[in-house]
Design a protein around this ligand. Structure first.
Ligand code: CP
Length: 314
């Protein structure tokens, strides 16, 4: 059955880069999610696809820290028979001053097929796509875009709900500095959900926020009418010192506490991770029946398998 889904999927999907959610049509998103779900087994684990790509080589190039994205791409590649090569900026010739583009040209000259790239500069991924022969998969770009995160969020939600059409989704926390929020807002809206946002003034919104996204003052206002709550961490590493809120105030207005969630039993909770446990989310919410946070990680592998297969489809 898994093999049949893969074969059908490959007939429909073909794309050289995944730079942003904007590269994907709604049908593409639905196909990726269907494909991701097809590799998940009935007991919630990840099956082995019949389709394998043993002659393909992918470099995982991470210029910023990562656990989930890097390792899920690595295990996704392994499950597809793809050779993955790990490149970490620390310990590489980046420390001798080599630029991103020179490094990418170097990898390209080694005739790898694709680079899964995480980089802190907005626009870095498009430059690499324009300048090299490699396919580029965005594994996190500055504050701009994290397309596979939004895809896995959708995939995890659609395991528990039939559709996003008509859903109301709240996004709470550090939205301004979040590449995840930008990719989520695009996909959630295009799949038919309405979005409300909430966060402290220094983090609540960004310049090109779509007009139909409503802003609320506190998480309690958001919880009143949402089906799904996407919690975001405070990205301390991206904040100036004058942007860091008082954590007491933050907890009072924006944290998802056990008590708050208990009053909204139908709300599903997602979080891209890593979680600042005890700041934006209470510890026991991670294992709550209402939380998809751990399940999102499994969907991360399945979605990235689907994305890699789409890339290498003949
Ligand atoms: N959600 C996410 O991108 O996590 P990592 O930084 O651990 O990859």
């Amino acid at each position: 059955m898994v093999g049949l889904f893969f074969a059908l999927f490959l007939l429909f999907m073909a794309g050289r880069h995944l730079l942003s959610t904007y590269d994907l049509t709604v049908d593409d998103v639905k196909s990726i999610v269907t494909e991701a779900h097809s590799v998940l087994t009935n007991d919630g684990r990840i099956g082995t696809p019949d389709v394998q790509y043993p002659d393909r080589r992918v470099v995982l190039a991470f210029y910023e820290a990562s656990t989930r994205t890097r390792i899920s791409f690595e295990t996704a590649a392994q499950r597809l028979g793809i050779t993955s090569i790990h490149f970490q900026a620390t310990g590489s010739s980046v420390e001798k001053g080599e630029s991103l583009l020179d490094t990418m040209h170097t990898l390209d000259a080694m005739d790898v097929d694709a680079v899964v790239l995480r980089h802190g500069s907005n626009g870095a991924h498009a430059s690499v796509a324009a300048e090299t022969r490699m396919s580029v998969i965005n594994a996190g770009e500055g504050t701009t875009s994290h397309p596979t995160q939004a895809l896995l969020d959708v995939s995890a939600i659609l395991e528990r709900r039939p559709s996003l059409a008509g859903c109301r989704i709240g996004i709470v926390g550090d939205i301004r500095h979040s590449r995840v929020a930008r990719s989520q807002i695009d996909l959630f809206r295009r799949l038919g959900a309405s979005v409300v946002i909430c966060g402290p003034e220094t983090m609540a919104t960004f310049n090109d926020m779509p007009n139909d996204v409503e802003q609320r003052s506190t998480i309690d206002d958001v919880l009143e009418d949402v089906n799904i709550l996407s919690m975001l961490r405070i990205q301390f590493e991206r904040l100036n010192s004058d942007e860091v809120p008082s954590l007491d105030d933050y907890r009072k207005r924006y944290a998802l506490t056990t008590k708050r969630l208990a009053n909204h039993k139908d709300v599903l909770v997602i979080h891209p991770g890593p979680v600042n446990v005890g700041i934006e989310v209470d510890a026991d919410i991670l294992t709550s029946q209402q939380s998809l946070i751990r399940r999102q990680v499994t969907h991360g592998v399945a979605v990235r398998m689907a994305v890699l297969s789409r890339l290498f489809a003949p």
